[in-house]
Design a protein around this ligand. Sequence first.
Ligand SMILES: [Zn+2]
Length: 277
Amino acid sequence: MLTSLSDILGKAKEGHYGVPAILTCNLMTVQAVIAAAEEEQSPVILLCGGGQAVDLDYLGRVMTDWAEKATVPVTMCLDHSPSFEDAVRGIHAGFKAIMVDRSQLPFEENVEQVAELVRIAHAAGVEVESELGHVGMGDNYAVDGHSAFTVPAEAVEFVERTGVDCLAVAVGTAHGVYKGTPELHFDLLQELAKKVPVPLVLHGGSGSGDDNLAKACQLGIAKVNIANDVVRAAYTKLEENGMEGNAIYSIFDLMFEGYKERSQYLMRLFGCAGKAA
Ligand SMILES: [Zn+2]
């Protein structure tokens, strides 16, 4: 069933579990992620990276259609939306939520741009995720992983002034593949979870370590963004099965299986398996 992001995340925050927001870029990945959620009786979030989507309006319709047909709560979020136009395109395409990431801007400009889009999105019945502090890139982890953490007092002020529905925080994760070992700052996460009134989001979930992710979900992360991890799982499935000769015809089934199996694993790890009701 098509559900709002805050409905899914509100229950996750209350129940001390996390829900994966899994990269979906076409019909196959949408179907694989929803099939995983139905098998695990789990809520799930379809995450559109924007860049991969050739046609955002079409993907919005595909996601809406499959989310409505699903027997478990499903919502969809357009990730990052780097420009004003990207965000409005996401609203127009039917996403239930958009992320408006202005985390590289100074605080006041971040507040100003996010607040403007929150007003527009909310008027259209769309929710907004934003980011404070900055989650950088894993391949630059030596620098990005240790700078620009979220400051709790600023996060409280930011949520109050912008009206965002959930907030991505920087507590030591990074996007993509890590060069170095990710180190998560759980004390900071706990403080944020206690003080910030809206559910918290973790970007850069892939490769952050199973123990770290499970603990982060228990301590207040309600949404974990996953991209690299599931794409890698689909590729590994092909490698394991050998693609010689006519075996190549099973390429899509295998990618589907790889995507689905990894999604199920994450639902169990984050604690949302069995929480569909
Ligand atoms: Zn991100």
